[in-house]
Structure formats: structure tokens, C-alpha cells
Write a protein that binds this ligand. Sequence first.
Ligand SMILES: Nc1ncnc2c1ncn2[C@@H]1O[C@H](COP(=O)(O)OP(=O)(O)O)[C@@H](O)[C@H]1O
Ligand SMILES: [Mg+2]
Length: 148
Amino acid sequence: MDFHYTLENIDQAVSDFWNHYLDYHLFAFHGDMGAGKTTFIHKLCDHLLVQDAVSSPTFALINEYHFKSRSNEDRLIYHMDWYRLKDTSEAINAGMEDCIDQAMAGKAICFIEWPQKAEELLRKPYVNIYIESPDELNRVMTTEIITG
Ligand SMILES: Nc1ncnc2c1ncn2[C@@H]1O[C@H](COP(=O)(O)OP(=O)(O)O)[C@@H](O)[C@H]1O
Ligand SMILES: [Mg+2]
């Protein structure tokens, strides 16, 4: 699917995105620095009524947020940034695989920035998201489901 949005109408894009992908638990956000990965994830968390402060996990590597599932159960979001990871073993040591295991068990949602740093850790099914910025205001998001 494609989504075109600016900061003016990003809420609508987030809502359309989530209506489409709410059954998935693992989301891989690709895009250059400044493309808008963190911004979109922040808005998704707002959409899910996350109360915790949402910020870029560039230094902490994993941020943890709380939200209520559709069945009103407490669920976790793991917001990860793999940019500073060298390889898969470093990702495992940092606890990334545990987060993905929880997502696969349906107990958490993972939003991952720079997934290509440890792509082997991704488990199917997951959603690939590519964000491009044709100019300062506009973003083009392309999404695909990876099934196995
Ligand atoms: N339509 C848009 N969507 C997302 N970010 C936008 C948009 N238009 C402008 N921006 C700006 O682009 C920057 C995106 O930064 P960020 O989300 O941190 O990118 P990334 O996490 O991909 O490095 C922010 O300064 C944001 O305000
Ligand atoms: Mg970011």
C-alpha cells in the first residue's frame, strides 16, 4: 500500500495504516535519517493512546511503551533503533530477539528503525515500511507484508 502525507494530515495516514495492519505485531521501518520513521511511530503510539513519553530510542536502543489492546488488555510496544548495532549478535546481546519473540507470541508490538542492521532477526509475518521524502514537507510511504 502507498500513503502520501504531510505533518498536516499524518493523523489520517496513521489511522489508515493502522486499520490495515492492526493484526500484525512486527513492523520494520526503512528510510534515511530524517525520513520520518520516529515521527510516524510517535503518531502511531498517540493513535494507540500510549501515555508514556515517546522519543527516539537512538541511545537507549529500546524504548518501552504501554497501551491497551482491542480486548482492553495491557500490552507493550517495543520501539527499537538498530542504527548503532554492528551486527546480529550485537542485536541479540542488546535484547532485540527477546522483544521479537514477545511480538510473535502476540504479547507485544515491535516498531524497528534501521531493521537492515540485523535483518536475520526479523520473523515472518512482518510489515516492511519504506519512507521517502521527495521534499521537506511531503512523505511517501510504501508498505508490504512479508509472509513465510
Ligand atoms: N510528512 C512528514 N512526516 C514526517 N516527518 C516530517 C514530515 N514533514 C516534515 N517532517 C520532519 O522531518 C523530520 C523527521 O525526523 P524523524 O522522524 O526523526 O526521522 P527518522 O526517524 O526517519 O530519522 C522531523 O523533523 C519532522 O518534523
Ligand atoms: Mg528515528
